[in-house]
Design a protein around this ligand. Structure first.
Ligand code: SAJ
Length: 424
């Protein structure tokens, strides 16, 4: 079986490599010549656990090749980005241009799968785009009777850092434009998915993915709102959450400096945009999580300006613990705001970074190691709960002023001023 995967990013490349390992011949298509050349030389352009070895193996066997051109295949998997603009309007232009790229090579019996996280109705737009370019084909959703090709949406739901494991083990929700399309796509996924493959409509599958990430965003917003409230009331939020979670039906998530990553902070807007008059809670949750980052910046700025002679260490830049992904990270936003305002007074500790991201250009802030920070900095601002930071014993923090946005060090004595934790 010949499979073409369009888009060789964080989802497309691992997916292409796994399908190649399951015995299909795979062509990965990307608009970037650099990405295509890197993969054809058996290397990877993204960091993900075990991906380098897998790609090297399938490229060496000839099971995976990369190209900038789309050619004939049995199955086409679209895994291109779906960003949103400044006004939070979803941008599905990459998906539609992928549909236009495959339309000329489609033949009867082909399967087209949209994996990109998409606003409800996008899979139908893909079908309409193909139908407009190929009046000779009977396209599902746009024709009567049995269609010539199959079109389905199967959103990816993998967690960065566990992508290869979750691509195989997670259940898949497979939404067909018609039930026949869903069944055909299920046969495709069963080749390499161990989790259950459950079929539904394309619109429901689109909404399922957006709902999953909105559910998490709303729950994190609840925790973040509680944290700001507790700070105002002078109560230790970490203790409140720990105690409330002893209730058998309560499970509050962890507050932090805001929500980062490319999914949870984006996908809720797709739902809000699709039903603006019926999405008050989801919209408000997004606003609360954005406000939490601004709140942390304000608190940290106040603290640093109260201690003009202290060296300050920001601990962590990644968008979540134990990974090297700094894109759309609230930790970067906070640390860069401090660096812009206080310049050389600010040091950054990030064990997963080789250099500082461009947000820090010209600020004078420096990347230093943890031991140096513990030896030289009097003020610590915890932005990421990396395991490395968690393991710092109380005696190494003693006498330091700590702003712990992640509740990393629960042995730190209660704050004197709001939002702060200072070690005895
Ligand atoms: N966060 C908190 N408090 C928490 C949990 C998370 O502040 O209690 C923050 C993290 O620090 C991070 C952000 O939320 O900044 C997102 O991290 P995450 O681990 O919750 O999720 P992602 O963005 O890495 O991956 C999510 C996952 N979705 C769900 O768990 C519902 C993943 O399964 C999806 O495949 C992925 O989005 C995606 O691609 O959509």
């Amino acid at each position: 079986q010949q499979v073409t995967v369009l888009g060789l990013g964080y989802i497309g490349l691992p997916t292409a490599a796994l399908i190649a390992r399951s015995g299909c011949r795979v062509t990965g298509v990307d608009v970037s010549h650099k990405v295509v050349d890197t993969i054809n030389s058996g290397k990877v352009h993204i960091e993900e656990v075990d991906l380098d070895g897998l790609v090297q193996g399938v490229v060496a066997r000839g099971a995976l090749t990369a190209s900038t051109e789309v050619a004939l295949a049995d199955t086409f998997v679209i895994a291109v980005p779906t960003p949103h603009d400044e006004a939070h309007r979803p941008d599905v232009s990459h998906v539609l241009s992928a549909a236009r790229a495959i339309a000329p090579v489609l033949v009867p019996g082909n399967l087209v799968i949209l994996e990109s996280t998409s606003p409800v109705g996008t899979t139908e737009k893909v079908a309409a785009e193909i139908a407009a370019l190929r009046p000779d084909l009977k396209v599902p959703g746009t024709c009567t009777g049995a269609a010539d090709i199959f079109i389905a949406h199967c959103p990816e739901r993998v967690l960065p850092g566990r992508i290869l494991v979750e691509l195989v083990d997670n259940d898949r929700c497979i939404g067909g434009i018609t039930p026949r399309c869903a069944r055909r796509a299920m046969t495709f996924y069963r080749q390499f998915v161990r989790g259950a493959c459950v079929t539904t409509s394309a619109r429901a599958a689109e909404m399922v993915k957006l709902v999953e990430n909105s559910y998490r965003d709303v729950n994190i917003a609840f925790a973040n709102e509680l944290s700001m409230m507790a700070e105002h009331l002078g109560v230790d939020i970490w203790e409140v959450i720990r105690l409330a979670n002893r209730h058998p039906r309560v499970n509050i998530l962890q507050p932090g400096p805001g929500v980062g990553g490319h999914c949870i902070a984006v996908d809720p807007w797709f739902l809000v945009h699709g039903a603006p008059d019926h999405s008050r809670l989801i919209r408000t949750a997004r606003e609360v999580n954005l406000a939490k980052t601004a709140h942390v910046i304000g608190g940290a700025e106040m603290l640093v300006s109260q201690h003009p002679d202290a060296r300050v260490a920001c601990l962590g830049l990644a968008f979540k613990p134990n990974i090297d992904d700094f894109r759309e990270s609230p930790a970067v936003e906070v640390a860069a705001a401090l660096a812009r305002r206080f310049g050389k007074q600010i040091d950054i500790v990030e064990p997963y970074a080789r250099g500082l991201p461009m947000e820090f250009a010209g600020t004078g802030a420096q990347l230093i190691d943890l031991d140096t920070a513990l030896a030289t900095c009097e003020l610590l601002i915890v932005l990421v709960d990396h395991d490395l930071f968690k393991s710092i014993p109380l005696e190494e923090r003693a006498g330091k002023i700590v702003y712990d946005t992640r509740g990393l060090w629960l042995d730190q004595p209660l704050p004197q001023a709001s939002g702060l934790r200072s070690a005895a």
